[in-house]
Write a protein of this length. Sequence first.
Length: 451
Amino acid sequence: MPETLFPPRFVWGASTSAYQIEGSPLADGAGPSIWHRFCRTPGKVANGETGEPACDHYHRWKDDVALMKRLGLQGYRFSIAWGRILPEGRGRVNQKGLDFYRRLVDELAASGIEPMATLYHWDLPAALDDLGGWTNRDVVGWFADYAEVLFRALDDRVRWWATINEPWVVMDGGYLHGGLAPGHASPYEAPIVAHNLLLAHGEAVAAYRAIGKNQIGIVLNLEPKDPASDSAEDRDATRLADAQVNRHFLDPLFRGSYPEEMSEIYGDGWPELPRSDFDVIRRPMDFLGINYYTRGVTAADPSVPYIRSRRVPQPGRLRNTLGWEVRPESLTELLVRVHRDYTRLPLFITENGGAFYDPPSPIDGRVEDPLRIHYLRTHLLAAAEAIRGGVDLRGYFVWSLMDNFEWSLGYAQRFGIVHVDYRTQQRTPKQSAEFYSEVIRTGGANLARGA
Ligand code: FCB
């Protein structure tokens, strides 16, 4: 008998997010989000691109589900646009917005694909941003109320709920460095934002316990940090970098406190926080979603604010078109660390994938993407290695189902296993999609054979 790499009910899926694929952000009474505004602010997004039309999924959702079915996907992780459900972010519910996601989850169910719905993938309603957005502690209640509307409407179909996607990116990109919406850069705001995101997650979990029958968790982007050398300076810088990205979120969720490095990083920006908040943040959840793309090799550099280090490119290693090192071993290490040091909860890889040097358009109807196949194959084997080491990994969602709007980088970076021609909206499964279908069909038995 050949060795089985993945457990029997392992879920094979793909991920997307609302603003990156839907298009038509104001259709049917939806309210604008911070990304709608950000894209219209000159200089914020490459080539002045916006989330319109993206993949026009708002109109093509049915064909897209059919495509997922053809690929053999068992799970689909998507996000819900808050402003479609509550155009002002709170108060009035927009039935048409709710209907869109209702139709989507019904179609998924009819196609035998299990939905994982993310409540927040970065598109805060602009009306809430006007009230301070994630810096205003009232957002905790606004988010819990919004979550409750969805739990009541869709829990019969949604098997897994993810509260917040990547709180670190929301904080770091949105409020500390400003490269992502809403584009603030303040060490005074960022720690408060992170705290409010975690509280919002905890209150949504509490609301779910009163209503929901399935599973709820959070999605963290975790990036292992390795020192560039053995020097005390590099090792110390690595400790800070790890605290800033990883432990800032893992510690409060699973240990009920922030790492002590926080005040070292944010100085007088680090606030006093009520102890009782941690009872909210660490409410028991059902799973943890992990987004993994790369690791960071870290060298001390006192001139860099907050983390006092820089990332050192590794010569001779494959990198994606964003410059991210391809390092599957770090995925194994990460999964083992989370399982060993933080939680025995079931884990999901909720995002993993890469933008590579694909031909910009299909050649003879085909898109050959050997580097993406290599990335997927080696990372799936790395995940299997963690499972062999005792990690309770329940599923894998590739980022992304299809090429889409890559935030401030616009449309040039293509992460999809399906190619999208943005002029015609033609979808063409890349060779990696065929490869992934075969992984699903064989339960991973084709992985060891090589790409
Ligand atoms: C993650 C985001 C996702 C996508 C990938 C490439 O940080 O969650 O929306 O942009 O990176």
